[in-house]
Design a protein around this ligand. Structure first.
Ligand code: NDP
Length: 249
């Protein structure tokens, strides 16, 4: 039970096959109270109900600062504290560099980067008051290698921004015993990627992955558990690669 009675907020966590949902399930298995935030409040509530009575689902668009502040306030009102935040919500658009229109740039950076900023700003006052907290930011291998299969350059830029933001937050919040770390997943089989891989493309991708398989949402969830829990009590400002060895060179 690595998260006994810890109150854990996870954004974008209602999607059935998603990384956030898998993380919520694992946190609940480890005794945590999972607070599932997502655009669709009904789906978030269903996802939380599936985990049991101790968990909650709340509608929250992370690009809306007031919605983030309200969601955090609701959690504190009911549970008294917030111990963990996983900034997971994100969207991709497979566009080429010259095809990126302002609306594409805004949509992608809004969810990943602005969302990480707003949701973190919403929970930090509570974590500071408690003098403890762990924030995990989901970035992407696309930030590190410049582009991916499903995300365009604007996605790489947004996810690279998340890495910088997380490190800056780690510096500033360390004295309050609030840790901030990032996870950079490789190619993970979720709704973002699922069904879009032809056998030929899959075989080509596997040539570049030493572990010779795509990742599962649970692979990423286990890394989030490590960073959320006291197992990583002296880790802050770090980036944990969860990519099957894709970046070994
Ligand atoms: P999913 O699409 O399965 O889950 C993302 C969730 O975020 C969805 O439920 C989505 O809701 C929700 N969401 C979208 N916009 C917002 C918003 N404004 N506010 C709140 N929630 C929102 O994706 P994954 O599980 O694959 O991805 C999770 C994270 O991991 C993302 O940040 C992604 O960029 C990152 N990642 C994923 C990789 C992969 O291979 N799958 C690789 C590297 C990183 P809705 O469905 O209604 O849009």
């Amino acid at each position: 039970m690595l998260l006994s009675n810890k109150v854990c907020v996870i954004t974008g966590a209602a999607s059935q096959r998603g990384i956030g949902r898998a993380t919520a399930r694992l946190f609940a298995l480890h005794g945590g109270r999972a607070i599932i935030l997502d655009l669709d409040g009904g789906q978030a509530a269903e996802a939380a109900a599936e985990l049991g009575e101790a968990h909650r689902g709340i509608a929250c668009d992370v690009t809306d600062k007031a919605a983030c502040v309200n969601a955090a306030a609701r959690v504190v009102e009911e549970f008294g504290r917030i111990d963990v935040l996983v900034n997971n919500a994100g969207i991709t658009q497979p566009l080429k560099f010259m095809d990126i229109e302002p609306k594409n740039y805004e949509a992608v950076t809004d969810v990943s980067l602005r969302g990480t900023l707003y949701m973190s700003q919403a929970v930090v006052p509570h974590m500071r008051a408690q003098k403890s907290g762990s924030i995990v930011c989901i970035s992407s291998v696309s930030a590190q290698r410049g582009g991916g299969i499903f995300g365009g350059p604007h996605y790489s830029a947004a996810k690279a921004g998340v890495l910088g933001l997380a490190k800056a937050m780690a510096r500033e919040l360390g004295p309050d015993n609030v840790r901030v770390n990032s996870v950079t997943p490789g190619l993970i089989q979720t709704d973002i990627t699922g069904g879009k891989l032809t056998p030929e493309l899959r075989a080509e991708i596997l040539k570049g992955i030493p572990l010779n398989r795509l990742g599962d949402a649970e692979d990423v969830a286990r890394s989030c558990l490590f960073l959320a829990s006291e197992l990583s009590s002296y880790v802050t400002g770090a980036t944990l690669d969860v990519n099957g060895g894709m970046l070994i060179h």
